[in-house]
Design a binder for this molecule. Sequence first.
Ligand code: ADP
Length: 430
Amino acid sequence: MTPNLQTAPNAPLLGCIADDFTGATDLASMLVRGGMRTVQLIDVPRGAEPVAADALVVALKSRTIPAGEAVAQSLAALAWLQAQGCRQFYFKYCSTFDSTPAGNIGPVAEALMKALGTDFAIACPAFPENGRTVYRGYLFVADALLSESGMEKHPLTPMTDPNLVRVLAAQSTLPVGLLRYDAIAAGEQATREATAKLRAQGVGLAIADAVSNDDLRSLGQAFADAPLLTGGSGLAIGLPDNFRRAGLLGAGEAAAQLPAVGGRAVVLAGSSSRASQAQVAHWRASRPALRIDPLALAAGEPVVDAALAFFDQHPDETVLIYATAASGELGAIQSQLGVERAGQLVEGALAAIARELAQRGVHRFVVAGGETSGAVVQALGVSRLRIGAPIDPGVPWTIGDGPHGPIALALKSGNFGGTDFFTRALALQS
Ligand code: ADP
């Protein structure tokens, strides 16, 4: 990697752009695991003041917005990361390659390549630890092809073609090729040679095969000099060691260490995913919990005040406030209020409860639900998160920069975490 001499000695090394919030946290967790101090930014920060970290991850919400907007937001994120002094850049998308023929993986990757002055980048969503592998350009989810994994029925990004070369070609202007498993398995040198061949053929974007963490490490090593990498969070596994080999990063034992945040905690659940249902049931079996009723919210009843009163009635215990419903119940509410309105009412109520509780001195929050987490983070005025150690795979504790001081946040997307996730999370940050 050509050293950038204008870079301040403590400037971040890796600048990442993620197309959604929980995906950003997932990538950040991977980098922390590799010993990089990592900060996740919520949207592109306005100011240019330096952020002390080895890696920065800008979390956008650009997965399903119009391609032009996704490109504009991604370029703004890139410009901010460049101003921070990052040396290498990473575009993170879903390990199931969630996209449509209109984008946004191809258009964003091409725009970032152009801005970085490079004519080649790899695209590798493989995440073998989570069952996502790519072989001969075909993406598997566990033992099924992507197109038979359930993703073919996704409401926004139905993935009906498991051949990622075709999928990416449909949304790119550059020729798309395949960096085959044979070369990657044969090691760094063979990967470099295969890449040179693809470039000579005019290929601009190449789907890279990978079925194991070793493949991902080997890819990372072969592309240590690349200005841009694109992929899921798995491809980042080898990057910390690249920086270490270049003498730019220390051992990083303390990368996951976060300051302890004391005081009362609360658990907020706005997710009705199966894992969240089990977690809520587990908590309710022995600890105080209050259910939020979307129909009462729609009727204008003082639901938020009732939740705050419930919190006040339990001064010595952590309480759970939840909207989680079983699927039949959820369907009934949604058909009565409309999916969007019901979602907004619940998100708005949980966000308002979080804001009020923060003002009452609650500085530790466990939140279940991807969209719910976004609403809570916004309500708390948090714009950046330092990422700590994982509670369960893909869900770390984080520390946010709230207006009332540091706030500890465990933000869990729907189907993540074991049944006792809430209690374990609280035990780790007390
Ligand atoms: P997940 O990560 O499980 O998808 P999200 O928070 O992203 O969870 O999404 C869940 C959505 O469902 C949110 O918009 C939330 O407000 C909404 N919601 C939660 N509980 C209910 C409920 N009981 N009735 C209707 N909508 C609900």
